[in-house]
Design a protein around this ligand. Structure first.
Ligand code: ADP
Ligand code: MG
Length: 637
């Protein structure tokens, strides 16, 4: 049996891995030393040894120039992208490299952030493999919801450099919600409040039928639990100064390190206890100092920091156009949410108790493990995020559906089709987006509409509109339409109804199979009727154009053939329409040739000839406008 797929939280401060156990529950993987957490720190020792994790963090005080913290902040970034804060976090040198990718120069060698992240991943995976007893090669890695494409790509690359197959990049807030099983929450809004070591992120997610959509993200890239430590350490330093500790000792880097570590320990203890003691003892400097710290005093020290998370929460909610009452669940993530005062503030802000039963430092990895198990085929009853269970497409003029992404396509997926206008000077097209296996839009589920406006006036069939369906790895469907000549664009985001049960999907697929024959006929009929309509309108325009120049006999033949098409359109036989159209095409050839010779028509070249004589083959079409704007869509062949 292959080694299990590992869920990995590649954090700014800490990283860890998790797996779903035999009991069906995700659990963090503890290394042989009993620790689940690997600090995201990489230190390059003299002589070429690379130290990762706890040992690297210990080296930091002595060797800051060769120890890399928070490399996640640099992923997928160019030097020009770095903020002042990000730069100030890094004592080492940056090298501008080709493209936008930055590199770090350490002991004369250049490293990309991806390579350094790869070291962390390797450490996490090696520890996991040792516990599992098999070499893990396949992983799911989480990233913040705000990561853009290049940051996600960089994370993928880090995995590849570490020799891993990254099966999925998963949003951290989505992972945290998965860990709590919130995907079962139908049409709910979840706020994920993530206060880590050095970053604060708040995400507003909408869960619909098992699909997670990020409605808004906000946060503060320079706020986290480490600031709590700093605030305590500063308070202590002031008191030490007042107690007569000399300035030279207070500026000693070693002492500052000791003070910072003691402050963090005190902070963590106060998450459990009401009082703790800080003991600073540095014989080298002759410093001996102690004080007790009560939880209430700690809270008053960090209150301004906690308060700084409130603004981003409010802004995220307002960006999502939601009130706190519309939130169904609040999830706490990040080690700093252990602090009771943080929990209390969040509860007060959202008017509800946040989810905090799962370890907030592990919850993202736990969710990644759930996703990993799903990719292995587990949790069959859970959301269907891996393939599109039903086809997605758009209705064409006439009521048929042009399928753009067929069912069972692995996601993420992207596919395009080209469409055109149905009438001359048509400036807008409605794309009615449908889901289902049936051939006619009326038998499929309607997901929404996309209206492309501002198409420049052109003869029918001339504009080329590229319609692209993109389903991201969270199952969110984005449909974009763009007309090539003018570049006009429209976009809509839709949540496909993936929450269908397996039974439902089976039923829909069987239904489609049962109706396959009649559906095929109906769709062909609809398409041919639309084609015929298109051909007749072009024909009438040409007849009017050629007024007086066409001999009576040809004209009457054309008229008869035209009546034949109209009769066939009223009937139920696709072949009847097809035949009538072909006949009309033959009879109308002299007319087409004649009008093609006029200068005005030559301007549009052979296009119109094509459109009139071959439209039955070349366009799939047919169906009246769905709203007041009067547009139609025709699929280009
Ligand atoms: P990140 O997501 O940035 O990697 P984590 O979620 O691992 O960060 O959080 C790290 C932060 O959590 C550190 O500042 C650490 O001091 C803090 N932390 C860890 N445990 C506790 C605790 N019991 N009480 C308070 N803070 C804690
Ligand atoms: Mg985190």
């Amino acid at each position: 049996m292959a080694a299990p797929v590992l869920g990995i939280d590649l954090g700014t401060t800490n990283s860890l891995a998790a797996l779903v156990g035999a009991d069906g529950k995700p659990a963090a993987l503890r290394g042989l030393d009993g620790e689940a957490i690997v600090p995201s720190v990489v230190s390059f020792a003299e002589g070429g040894a690379v130290v990762v994790g706890r040992a690297a963090r210990r080296r930091a005080a002595d060797d800051p120039m060769h120890t890399v913290f928070s490399v996640k902040r640099l992923m997928g970034k160019g030097i020009e992208d770095l903020t002042e804060v990000e730069r100030s976090h890094c004592p080492y040198e940056f090298v501008p490299a080709d493209g936008s990718q930055l590199r770090l120069k350490i002991r004369g060698r250049e490293y990309t952030p991806q390579e350094i992240s790869a070291q962390i991943l390797r450490e996490v995976v090696n520890r996991a493999s040792a516990v599992v007893g098999e070499t893990v090669t396949r992983v799911v890695i989480t990233v913040p919801a705000y990561f853009d494409e290049s940051q996600k790509q960089a994370t993928m690359a880090a995995g590849q450099i570490a020799g891993l197959q990254v099966l999925r990049i998963l949003n951290e807030p989505t992972a945290a919600s998965l860990a709590y099983g919130l995907d079962g929450l139908h049409d709910g809004v979840v706020v994920v409040y993530d206060l880590g070591g050095g970053t604060f992120d708040v995400s507003v997610l909408k869960i619909e039928s098992g699909v997670f959509r990020v409605l808004a993200t906000n946060g503060d890239a320079a706020l986290g639990g480490d600031d709590f430590d700093r605030a305590i350490a500063e308070r202590c330093a002031q008191e030490m100064r007042a107690a007569g500790v000399p300035e030279t000792a207070l500026r000693d880097p070693g002492l500052l390190q000791v003070l910072r570590a003691a402050a963090e320990r005190a902070k963590m203890e106060l998450s459990e206890k009401l009082e703790t003691e800080l003991v600073i003892s540095e014989d080298r400097l002759g410093v001996r100092w102690r004080r007790t710290l009560a939880r209430a005093e700690f809270e008053s020290i960090v209150a301004p920091l906690i308060e700084r998370t409130v603004g981003p929460c409010r802004r995220a909610l307002s960006d999502a156009e939601l009130e706190p009452e519309q939130v169904h669940a609040v999830v706490l993530v990040g080690g700093a949410t252990y602090v009771p005062a943080v929990r209390a503030r969040v509860e007060q802000l959202f008017g509800r108790k946040p989810y905090c039963e799962l370890n907030p430092m592990e919850v993202v990895a736990l969710g990644a493990a759930v996703q990993a198990k799903k990719l292995e085929g587990g949790f069959q009853n859970l959301l269907l995020l891996d393939v599109t269970p039903l086809s997605l497409g758009t209705e064409t003029y006439g009521g048929a559906v042009a399928k753009v992404i067929p069912r069972n396509t692995a996601i993420p997926a992207r596919a395009s089709e080209q469409f055109t206008t149905f009438t001359d000077n048509q400036t807008a097209i409605v794309f009615h987006i449908c889901q289902g296996e049936r051939e006619l839009a009326k038998d499929c589920r309607s997901l929404g509409k996309l209206i492309l406006r501002g198409i420049p006036g052109m003869p029918a069939g001339m504009p080329r509109v590229d319609v692209t369906f993109h389903i991201d790895s969270d199952g969110l469907l984005t449909v974009t339409a763009q007309e090539r000549r003018s570049g006009v664009k429209a976009k809509v985001e839709i949540v496909p109804k993936h929450g269908l049960s397996l039974d439902e999907i089976t039923r829909l697929v069987q239904e489609a199979a049962a109706h396959a024959k009649e559906d095929f006929v109906a769709a062909r009929l609809a398409t041919l009727r639309a084609d015929a309509e298109f051909v007749l309108r072009k024909l009438d325009a040409r007849v009017a154009d050629a007024a007086g120049r066409l001999d009576a006999e040809t004209l009457s033949e054309i008229q008869t053939a035209r009546d034949g098409v109209v009769d066939a359109m009223a009937g139920q036989s696709p072949d009847g329409i097809d035949g009538a159209l072909h006949y009309l095409e033959d009879v109308a050839r002299p007319l087409v040739e004649m009008t093609m010779n006029t200068v005005a028509q030559r301007a549009v070249s052979g296009k119109l000839l094509d459109e009139v004589t071959q439209s039955a083959e070349r366009t799939k079409a047919a169906a009246p406008a769905h709203d007041g704007s009067g547009p139609l869509s025709v699929k280009r062949g």
